[in-house]
Write a protein that binds this ligand. Structure first.
Ligand code: PAF
Length: 285
């Protein structure tokens, strides 16, 4: 696996592959890789001949009081894991390479509607930062296909809409969340949890499954959410949000056939997100 740090070099490598009519996949990451990322890399191999992973801790998607400075940077072990998972090219640019003119007055990509509410409630500029950096990564690599985890469900929705609205000829593949044995969704931020917090965090998945069952049986989304919020608070979580949307992240209507329940909670100083998709049995009450 080759390590590449400049946009011109990654463009050159991708152009060579394209000349040989090879299909290119991109897996964008911020590093500190876990099995969830490596699953994306292995899945990418099923969609393309050349797999590119990027590692870039993007400053513009962190709020002023968030964990940009303490976000784990583990390039050496990430590099090894990517090589072992069959990645061909690792694109790991510096902030200077991606933002040579600094962050002030930077052109930003805003994806309306889907970037509002849910995580944006407590992270107002987060999705503008994500959409902007992903479009820079797309313009640097120009993959045929790009893969993202479904744990970041709203992020996936933002990227799907950006690609559609801007006519980017890139297929977006959402990949199921990878969980540990306790059911906790894998996340780089799980590393911040103490072992007690880790045990408690495993309840998030259980509560989401209970809410999903409740919605499927009763069709009464509001009641299921109210009970779910109360339960999560009894479990000791500080709730950021627990909400339900249709699977395209638009509001649920009488036509909706499948929904997603999305949650964000605080456990100490760590914010965790997860979600569950539910196919409705009965019409929404
Ligand atoms: O999901 C992530 O790790 C990041 O938000 C992404 C998509 C790599 C953009 O920085």
């Amino acid at each position: 696996m080759q390590l590449i740090t400049t946009i011109s070099d990654i463009r050159e490598q991708v152009a060579k592959a394209r000349q040989q009519h090879q299909r290119i996949a991109l897996v964008p990451t911020m590093g500190n890789l876990h099995e969830g990322h490596l699953t994306l890399v292995r899945e990418a191999r099923r969609h393309a001949d050349v797999v590119v992973a990027s590692i870039f801790v993007n400053p513009t998607q962190f709020g002023p009081n968030e964990d940009y400075d303490r976000y784990p940077r583990t390039l050496e072990s990430d590099r090894q894991q990517l090589a072992d998972s069959g990645c061909d090219l690792l694109f790991a640019p510096s902030a200077q390479e991606i933002y040579p003119n600094g962050l002030e007055n930077l052109t930003r990509v805003h994806v309306p509607a889907v970037s509002e509410g849910l995580c944006a409630g407590s992270r107002p500029s987060h999705f503008d930062g994500v959409a902007s950096v992903v479009s820079i990564l797309f313009h640097s690599v120009w993959p045929d296909v790009a893969l993202f985890g479904k744990k970041d469900y709203q992020q996936l929705g933002v990227i799907r809409k950006m690609v559609r609205d801007l006519h980017m000829p890139i297929e977006i593949v959402g990949v199921d969340t990878v969980r540990d044995n306790s059911g906790l969704a894998l996340s780089s931020r799980n590393g911040y949890l103490s072992s007690e917090e880790h045990q408690q965090a495993a309840l998030i998945r259980q509560r989401l499954s209970d809410i999903a069952l409740n919605i499927r049986d009763s069709g009464d989304i509001e009641r299921a959410l109210t009970e779910g919020r109360q339960q999560l608070e009894r479990d000791g979580f500080t709730l950021d949000y627990l909400e339900c949307r249709d699977i395209h992240l638009t509001p649920v209507t009488s036509e909706t056939q499948a929904v997603v329940v999305l949650v964000a909670v605080w456990l100490g100083t760590t914010r965790l997100i997860d979600n569950i998709e539910v196919t409705l049995n009965t019409a929404v009450a």
